[in-house]
Design a protein around this ligand. Structure first.
Ligand SMILES: *Cc1c(COP(=O)(O)O)cnc(C)c1O
Length: 375
């Protein structure tokens, strides 16, 4: 037996998206992981192929400083937020933003009794990564009409954690939240501003390109805030695993010490640079996604058997307005999966990624048929 493995690891299940766990038809609408429905264009792929043939030496380690990619990211950030000027020493790049989440946990909590605070439902990786590192997660529930953070409960939880010897060192928030799609409100942002500087505030902007809302201009006022972004969503590069964070230079330096030296392969660095250079073209699909999201929302919101929430991201969150909703939601997701539409059953609801217009039409049709047959 492998008795040397820590019990909390032995008890964990390896991460897999639902779709991988169940049998599915081969030709599916993959609307369960919030990726872009569109591959990189042929032109971008040709550029990348050319770089691989002419520039990337497969026998050499990647650029461990991510120099060219960092400078392209800085240009991108400063273009969208010229008032909050950011420089290269405020950026760290990860093998997906998942790696950065882990580095942040290592930098703040590992080897101490410190804990992290989450408002559920939210992105699942914070808790999973904390568990693997032996870090305590404190979860408070969100309010259920708009999924705002219950700030009073959060204050109480922070005080209790302090009193019990597990002081909260990190608060993770997503802006807009996954799976519920809501942006941080003015009141929530104010609450974050009022936290002591002994607590790191991680603002995950994985869906920034879809919301158009960022707190990057606030960073200069708040050295205990850090913003996470990713190339896995609007930039269509989920296959390449590239994420980045923006924050105080000292905090960034700590993350740079923690990460593996060659964490982002040369080909992935090249892909992110190509995507940034071609961003005007690549991000044209964002507008289509926003329109499709709002169209699908308007279609679904009028159905009394559903409760649908407005979203600022590239997905919608909904619940069935029936008795025993969890059982029914599970059945709905399984039924649609057999028909070739993959959705995510999560947090007592269903999350639907916005796909191409054709995919969204099929989603809508499958949902409608299901609801008619069933209720
Ligand atoms: C998709 C997503 C990420 C992206 O993770 P990567 O590791 O960069 O692919 C990060 N945070 C949230 C909230 C997400 O939904």
């Amino acid at each position: 037996m492998v008795n040397f493995i820590r019990p909390e690891i032995a008890q964990l299940l390896a991460y897999s998206s639902h779709a991988e766990a169940m049998e599915t038809p081969s030709n599916v609408d993959k609307l369960d992981t919030n990726e872009s429905p569109y591959d990189l264009g042929a032109e971008e792929k040709e550029k990348l192929a050319w770089q691989y043939q002419q520039l990337i030496q497969s026998n050499r380690y990647p650029d461990s400083t991510h120099r060219e990619l960092k400078s392209a990211i800085v240009e991108y950030i400063n273009e969208t937020d010229p008032s909050g000027f950011v420089s290269e020493n405020q950026i760290s790049i990860g093998n997906g933003s998942d790696e950065l989440i882990r580095s942040l946990l290592i930098a703040t909590c590992v080897g101490t009794s410190a804990s992290i605070l989450l408002a559920d439902p939210t992105f699942s990786m914070y808790k999973i990564l904390a568990q693997t590192l032996g870090i305590t997660t404190i979860s408070i529930p969100r309010e259920e009409t708009k999924f705002t953070i219950q700030r009073g409960q959060a204050d109480q939880a922070i005080a209790q954690a302090e009193a019990s010897g597990h002081p909260v060192k990190v608060i993770f928030v997503v802006h807009p939240n996954s799976p519920t799609g809501n942006l941080l409100t003015t009141e929530e942002i104010q609450w974050l501003k009022e936290r002591t500087e002994d607590i790191l505030i991680v603002i995950d902007e994985a869906y920034f390109e879809f919301s158009g809302q960022s707190l990057v201009t606030e960073l200069s006022q708040h050295p205990n805030w850090i913003i996470l972004r990713t190339f896995s969503k609007a930039f269509r590069l989920a296959a390449h695993r590239v994420g980045y964070c923006i924050g105080d230079a000292q905090l960034i330096q700590a993350l740079e010490k923690i990460r593996l030296p060659y964490n982002v392969p040369s080909f992935s660095q090249a892909a992110a640079i190509v995507a940034l250079k071609q961003r005007q073209k690549l991000l044209t699909t964002v507008e289509e996604t926003q329109k499709e999201r709002d169209r699908l929302y308007n279609e679904l919101v009028s159905d009394s058997r559903l409760k649908v929430w407005e979203s600022s991201a590239n997905f919608l969150y909904l619940r069935l307005n029936v008795s025993d909703p969890e059982q029914q939601q599970k059945h709905l997701v399984q039924t649609l999966q057999k028909q070739g539409t993959l959705l995510r059953h999560t947090a007592n609801g269903i999350r639907i990624t916005i796909g191409s217009p054709a995919e969204n039409e099929r989603t809508q049709a499958h949902l409608k048929t299901y609801l008619q047959d069933k209720f």
